[in-house]
Design a protein around this ligand. Structure first.
Ligand code: GTP
Ligand code: MG
Length: 217
């Protein structure tokens, strides 16, 4: 048993895994790309969002979850996602792909605008049930991640850390990152007490994340 705080999320029960599988095997549709708070769809259902530094793998994770290769646009160029992109899952709830924070290959004024929108969204969306904060397993928690976590704390939005790109490093290196992440999370009361390790490339943790989301409904 893992006695450290922030253990790995427990494996879903077969029933929960099946519920997650079914949910994401059904229709998932792009709804709209939003560039201002006024453009958000009506807050009439729950939503979960994917936040994280540019290039951490937010859009790739949405594609892996939904089993659709190009539902959310991904790219090697940090700053690919420049709007708040809404996806409807079976008419039940929204998955929200956010622009990255931190480094982005886009003009300074444009980046400033979408960063402001990102912050307004994270702090002010009543139906936001949980924010998944993605952390690259190779890099751990950086200063910009801390800023977003602090903002989520202040807004009392529960956030869960999802580690990405586990396929890129050894298990030993993963443990090092996990220790750093756990220490950082201990300072944030809004942090959900379980971590999830994923690889959109190899599929690790994807069924677990489907089940976690399905159980929120
Ligand atoms: P922005 O929209 O720019 O903020 O980026 P993002 O966080 O949406 O990242 P995106 O999903 O576009 O992925 C960035 C790059 O990382 C792409 O080249 C992906 O193919 C790669 N990538 C994402 N997830 C994984 C993973 O699990 N494993 C590996 N090896 N590469 C990944
Ligand atoms: Mg993206």
């Amino acid at each position: 048993m893992n006695t450290l705080p922030f253990p790995h999320a427990a494996s879903p029960t077969p029933e929960a895994a099946e519920r997650g599988r079914k949910l994401f095997a059904g229709p998932v549709d792009f709804v709209k790309g939003v560039v201002s708070m006024e453009g958000l769809p009506p807050a009439d259902r729950l939503e979960v969002c994917f936040a994280g530094r540019s290039n951490v793998g937010k859009s790739s994770l949405i594609n892996a979850l939904t089993g659709r290769k190009a539902l959310a646009r991904t790219s090697n160029t940090p700053g690919r996602t420049q709007e708040i992109n809404y996806f409807d899952v079976g008419g039940h709830f929204y998955l929200v792909d956010l622009p990255g924070y931190g480094f982005a290959e886009a003009p300074v004024a444009v980046v400033a605008k979408w960063q402001a929108l990102l912050k307004s969204y994270l702090a002010g969306r009543a139906t936001l049930r949980r924010a998944f904060v993605l952390i690259d397993m190779r890099h751990g928690v950086k200063k910009v991640d801390e800023e977003i976590m602090t903002l989520l704390n202040r807004a009392a939005v529960t956030f869960q850390v999802v580690l990405t790109k586990s396929d890129k490093i050894s298990l030993e290196a993963q443990e090092k990152t996990l220790a750093q992440v756990r220490a950082a999370l201990a300072r944030h009361p809004a942090a959900y007490p379980e971590l999830l390790v994923t690889s959109s490339e190899k599929g690790e943790g994807i069924a677990d994340l489907r089940a976690i989301i399905a159980l929120m409904e």
